[in-house]
Design a protein around this ligand. Structure first.
Ligand code: FPP
Length: 244
């Protein structure tokens, strides 16, 4: 399906879309299935959305895969999710690289199992030269923690004299975040009807448009994505200026 067939291309399109993939557990529970089955179906949706991005002119896609709060889930669910990440990185890596995607990770990776950290590093290295689509995966991620990490990096440079205090500003803080060089998201989508930011990209979302859709993540698909993009295209973004 081509881009023009699914939504009106007249409106502006987002360059960077960030997604809070919510509702996997409810999707499974409603069907009497274990929660992990919802996450498995969620991976299918990830595949579909990644595939659709280049058709929709999207250059950056950020996915909230595991928050720093998600460790509070049952040990079984956490282990199941880690298993899904392992499988996805192992199975999809070559495919993503072949299709021209660059993969980056944000979050505190030091708390993840060593084999997962190794797969993440290898995926980043293998895909570093790709330019068609950048996929940013937020794994053990929290927005406040990311800002605190950036503050620590800059503070250390001020302390050792390599940075002046005047050089701590919006640009240098942005550049000290986990994925420097990534433009701010234009559109943040959250599925499952919940209307919260949940510690996601707090610094980067300063001027983002938000869209809360009712579909549970496993039910979200290419058409729902196209509808979300059409809503974005119809909105007027002012960045603090007066309407024209
Ligand atoms: C939220 O649903 C979803 C998650 C915490 C996990 C998201 C992970 C995936 C979709 C798997 C793979 C991702 C990648 C990038 C390979 P929930 O469990 O909070 O749902 P609920 O609110 O209905 O309980």
């Amino acid at each position: 399906m081509g881009r023009a067939e699914v939504f009106d291309t007249a409106g502006p399109q987002p360059r960077h879309v960030a997604i809070i993939m919510d509702g996997n557990g409810r999707w499974a529970t409603r069907r009497g299935l274990p929660r992990l089955e919802g996450h498995r179906r969620g991976v299918e949706t990830v595949r579909q959305i990644v595939e659709a991005c280049p058709d929709f002119g999207i250059e950056f896609l950020t996915l909230y895969a595991f928050s720093s709060e998600n460790w509070k889930r049952s040990a079984e669910e956490v282990a199941g999710l880690m298993g899904l990440f392992r499988r996805y990185f192992r199975k999809e890596a070559a495919n993503l690289v072949k299709r021209g995607a660059r993969v980056k990770f944000i979050g505190d990776r030091t708390e993840l199992a060593q084999d997962i950290q190794d797969m993440m590093a290898s995926l980043e290295t293998q895909s570093a030269a790709n330019e068609k689509l950048t996929i940013v995966i937020a794994l053990n991620y929290g927005g406040r923690e990311e800002i605190a990490r950036a503050a620590r990096r800059l503070a250390a440079e001020v302390a050792d004299g390599s940075r002046s205090l005047d050089d701590v500003n919006e640009a240098s803080i942005g550049a000290a975040l986990d994925a420097p060089g990534t433009p701010d998201p234009d559109l943040v989508i959250r599925t499952s009807g919940e209307q919260r930011i949940s510690n996601f990209l707090l610094w980067q979302c300063a001027y983002a448009e938000f869209l809360f859709v009712d579909e549970l993540w496993p039910d979200f698909n290419r058409d729902a994505f196209a509808r979300a993009l059409a809503v974005f295209g119809a909105r007027e973004r002012r960045f603090g200026a007066v309407a024209g």
